[in-house]
Ligand binder design. Structure first.
Ligand code: ZN
Length: 180
């Protein structure tokens, strides 16, 4: 279920019976405030969808988390940015692979006018799912523990990502300003 707080209130559907409203968004009932708070307070990543998991009969029933890199973190220096991507991928595997399947997707698209930088669109998404897909319909301790783990892993990944991208920015730009 996509999470968006940019929709005007009137276009938001009333919550389904397995959902509740959190900050003007419909979220799965089992998702705890502390997790939603943490996933929405990251520096580098924006939460774009979160799901507690649903009965297997439901389409897209799997527990998951999806994040997107916030626009201000994309670099115009594509060589440095590609270096950063490799480091991000390593950090992601280190932090998540014990509990989860993670996937990082980067896309860069150019529109018709190739000469203008404004026509380059970049997108970086991180998709995270529990390694073991749940078969039962009830929300269980395993899922709760997974979300708890994901909060700390995601906070650490956010902080490492920030260091990686700040570091690459300063290497690519040796200009130092001295103010008097
Ligand atoms: Zn859901």
């Amino acid at each position: 279920m996509p999470v968006s707080n940019t929709l005007p209130a009137r276009s938001r559907r009333p919550p389904r019976k397995d959902q509740r409203v959190w900050r003007n968004m419909n979220v799965d009932k089992q998702l705890e405030d502390a997790w939603l708070e943490a996933f929405n307070s990251l520096t580098v990543y924006k939460l774009i969808s979160i799901c507690a998991g649903h009965p297997a009969s439901d389409r897209n029933s799997g527990t998951h988390l999806n994040f997107r890199l916030k626009a201000e973190w994309f670099s115009q220096d594509s060589q440095n940015f590609e270096k950063s991507l490799k480091k991000l991928q390593l950090s992601l595997s280190d932090l998540f692979e014990q509990h989860s399947c993670v996937r990082m997707d980067y896309t860069k698209t150019y529109s018709a006018n190739r000469s203008s930088q404004h026509d380059i669109r970049q997108s970086l998404t991180i998709s995270i799912r529990p390694r073991v897909r749940r078969e039962i319909t009830d929300y269980d301790d395993t899922t709760r523990a997974w979300f708890d783990n994901m909060v700390s892993a995601m906070q650490e990944f956010d902080s490492q990502s920030r260091q990686i991208m700040d570091g690459d920015k300063s290497c690519g730009n040796s200009h130092v300003e001295i103010q008097k």
